[in-house]
Design a protein around this ligand. Sequence first.
Ligand code: SF4
Length: 171
Amino acid sequence: MNPCPGCQECALARTRKQMVESRGSTPADVLFLIEAPNAADEVVGKLLSGPEDRTLIRICMDAALEAGMPRFTIHVAPMVFCRPTRNASIENREPRSNEVLKCMRNVMRVVVAVQPKLTVLVGKVVADYYKDELPESISILAPWVLNKQPARYNTNMRNLAEGLKKYVKGK
Ligand code: SF4
């Protein structure tokens, strides 16, 4: 879903090729909140379009097996719906605080529409901004960190599995 068609609320409106949409079921059991769209997402206009996103999909599937939950619905949204780039180059950068804060209203529109039982904050930057806004949430490391430090994958996967059992399965 696009909670803010044509939004011009922050400087990213001037550098974006196009906004991305959040994607998945609405409503959904679990909302994954990720940092920002990447280059592949921006081209397609949808999240999870790049090869690096496979880690997030994999950890979700592994946690579902670990939790004994073959079926649940998910939705994925970004903290900013326009891709932040460094000096209008092709290089990604972390969203600036004013950009995140301007886009918070849009994220909260998604939260209201999705009504998740569990929100998963993906990465430290997302957790820093949203852990107080969304207290019924858990955090996992960002996929790029897990790719660099595979020894931390299982701990994060089990954290996610515990969150699924507690908030979605209700055990
Ligand atoms: S990042 Fe968010 S607030 Fe900024 S222009 Fe895009 S949709 Fe609007």
